[in-house]
Design a protein around this ligand. Sequence first.
Ligand code: HPA
Length: 274
Amino acid sequence: MKNISKEIPSVNEKLIETVTALKHRIHHLSKIGIILGSGLAGLAEEIENPVRVRFEDLPNFPVSSVDGHRGEVVSGNLFDVSLFALSGRVHYYEGYSMQQVVFPIQVMAALGTKTVIITNAAGAVHESYKPGDIVVIRDHINFMWDNPLRGLNRFVDLTEAYSGHLRDLAKTTADNLGIKLRSGVYAALSGSSYETPAEIKALRRMGADMVGMSTVPEVIMANSLGIKVLGLSMITNIAAGMGGKPLSHKEVIETSQNTSPKLTALVKDLIKRI
Ligand code: HPA
C-alpha cells in the first residue's frame, strides 16, 4: 500500500507555516496570551498599537462559524506588556477535532507565550451563582469524552491545571477593584445542545459549579506545553432546569456583552501584575 503519511502535512509542518506567516505580520513575541470567548471581544479593542490578522487570512487557522465570535488575532501592548490575543475561538461543538481546537495554543507557545488567560461564558450549576458573576476556574471536569493529547502520548500532570499563583493574583486584583470573584469547578461538555435538567443535577452532585462547551481542550494542551493557565468564566445564565426558563444562545451572548466591562477591567488590571 502507498505510504501517504509524508503527503499529509503534520501538525508541526502546519505550525511552522502558520507561525512563519504570523511572524511576517506581528512585531514581537508575547509572554501573555489571551483567549476572549463569546461576547468578550471588548478587551481586544483596547490593545494599543494593534496588529490584527483575521483567522481566515492565516494558513491552517480554524475559523469560527458562530455568532458572537469574531475570529482574529490581535497582537499589541497594554501597559507596555506585549500581548497576543485571540478574539474569538473555535469550539469542539462546531465539528472541529480536538487537534484543530488546540492549534492556536500551539501557535501561542511557538510565539513565546508563558501564561494564557482563557475566558468563557458558562451556565451556573452552583445554586448561589447568578448571571453576571465572574468565577475563577479552580479545576475542571472533562465531559467532552475526548482529549487533545490522545495520540500524542503525553502523560501530563493536571493536579494544578489552573495555576494557584494566578488564581491568587486574580483574587487580589478583584478585591482591589471591588469585584466579587468566585472560585469554582468548570465542567465541559461537547455540545452543541445545552444540557438536560437531569444532566445538570448529576453535574452538581459530581462537584461542578458551572458548565460550558469550551476551554478544557486548550487548558490541557497549554499544560502539556508548560504554559501557565488562568481561567475565568462569566456566568451568562442559570443552567437548565434550575432557573425555570428555557436557555437561549441569544441570552447567553447578551449577558456576556453586558458583563464584559467588568471582566475586561479585571483582566486589564491583572495583566499589570503578571
Ligand atoms: N451550558 C453549556 N454551555 C454554556 C451554558 C450552559 O448553560 N451557558 C453558556 N455556555
